[in-house]
Design a protein around this ligand. Structure first.
Ligand SMILES: Nc1ncnc2c1ncn2[C@@H]1O[C@H](COP(=O)(O)OP(=O)(O)O)[C@@H](O)[C@H]1O
Ligand SMILES: [Mg+2]
Length: 386
């Protein structure tokens, strides 16, 4: 009689099967839910995050191919099941930890909270929300950076009245963010062609700009929040972000229009693929109220609520339509500063306060992060010798 393969050897083989989306092997991710050997037939139960996982075939084929190649195995039977909600969130947090462990070093302090303002489509007010949130968070007393990750369609310098600012290189040849209205700002719109900057940006590939903005920019060490105005869509920049800044969390901006299903699916899928947690939804352009109190739901109603429900995250704010948002954007005076008592500004300020409660700055948080900060300070101190 032939020998039987043993469980440990099969498990070792399965460690060679990667979930290409989650970036780790299926054993480590806890996706192997059972191995059963019957003579030369091996039964393997695999749990996927969702049954209709697009990687299902690839994972299944890999499992069969690799285990079948083992001695003493003639047949492999794979039983694919879907994970429970609890198992799924366990896997996602494992994948996040894994991404964090493998993250490439950047100049952004790991304790800086990173908020990536995203949407499924353009024109919903991502940039307006980014600028005003950054200003409102800064007005709460936090140190705030704003990275205009919309490399091709940058609009932040205009919105902050910073079009004549330029980025400068520090002594260490790192780029220093410009400071506009108390916010540390980086944008391709601030790259001006002169001798210094030409040298600085030589070899800059715009497609690599995000990477450069994170690795070659001297972001302040004590930055509490870094807000990123993401480009529209769900492409490469989003994927690069999670690789570079695993602490990033996504804030989704949407309009009140109720046809949000498709957008929701797209955003959720992007978040899943990049293991970026979604911190909440902001509904922008939520109706218009006239001075005599009449309300017009110009772009529909309920879209923000619906999207937040679908994503199982809080609706952090509803910002009404307000001509001052447009004017502020054109004149470089964010509405939260220029018209702080307007309903739109009030809504943004409430959203900023809510956000800082949901993701408090590191020093207010757990003792682990305080210890990490302390360890970092100690590291930079020169040891005294007697
Ligand atoms: N709450 C609002 N009320 C009125 N106009 C708005 C509001 N939010 C955004 N806008 C305007 O809508 C347009 C698109 O906004 P923008 O922030 O550039 O969107 P995105 O960055 O998503 O493309 C801009 O002209 C902006 O001034
Ligand atoms: Mg924009």
């Amino acid at each position: 009689m032939r020998r039987m393969a043993d469980i440990a050897a099969i498990e070792a083989t399965l460690k060679g099967v990667l979930d290409p989306e989650l970036g780790s092997d299926i054993v480590d991710l806890g996706m192997v839910h059972g191995i059963h050997i019957e003579g030369t037939t091996v039964h393997i139960r695999i749990a996927l995050t969702i049954a209709a996982c697009p990687m299902r075939d690839q994972i299944e084929n890999d499992v069969v191919r690799k285990v079948k190649a083992m001695p003493d195995v003639d047949e492999v039977v794979v039983d694919v099941v879907a994970m429970t909600q609890a198992q799924r969130s366990e896997v996602m947090s494992k994948a996040r930890r894994h991404a964090r462990d493998n993250a490439e070093p950047t100049m952004v302090n790991p304790l800086t909270r990173v908020i990536a303002v995203s949407s499924g489509k353009g024109g919903v007010g991502k940039s307006s929300v980014s600028v005003n949130l950054a200003a409102a968070i800064a007005d709460l007393g936090h140190s705030v950076g704003l990275l205009d990750a919309d490399i091709w369609g940058f609009s932040i310098p205009r919105m902050l009245g910073a079009t004549d600012l330029q980025l400068a290189a520090g002594e260490d040849r790192k780029i220093t963010p410009a400071v506009a209205q108390g916010i540390h700002l980086i944008s391709t719109g601030l790259i001006v062609e002169n001798e210094d900057t030409a040298l600085m940006w030589r070899g800059l590939m715009l497609s690599k700009a995000l990477e450069q903005f994170l690795k070659d920019v001297a972001w302040p060490r004590d930055l509490d929040y870094l807000v990123l105005d993401m480009p529209p869509g769900t492409g490469d920049i989003q994927m690069a972000l999670s690789r570079l800044l695993p602490q990033a969390e996504m804030l989704v901006v949407t309009t009140p229009q109720k046809a949000a299903q498709k957008v929701a699916a797209r955003v959720a899928d992007m978040a899943r693929r990049s293991f970026m947690p979604i911190v909440g939804v902001i509904e922008n352009m939520s109706g218009f109220t006239t001075e005599d109190g009449r309300h017009y739901a110009l772009f529909g109603e309920g879209g923000g609520d619906e999207l937040a429900n679908d994503l199982a995250v809080p609706l952090i704010g509803q910002i009404p339509l307000d001509p001052f948002v447009v004017e502020g954007g054109d004149e470089g005076a964010p509405i939260v500063r220029a018209h702080p008592d307007s309903p739109a500004a009030e809504a943004i300020k409430r959203a900023a306060a809510e956000l800082t409660l949901l993701i408090p700055p590191a020093e207010d948080e757990t003792c682990t992060s305080r210890i990490a900060l302390l360890a970092e300070q100690l590291e930079t101190m020169v040891p005294e010798r007697t």
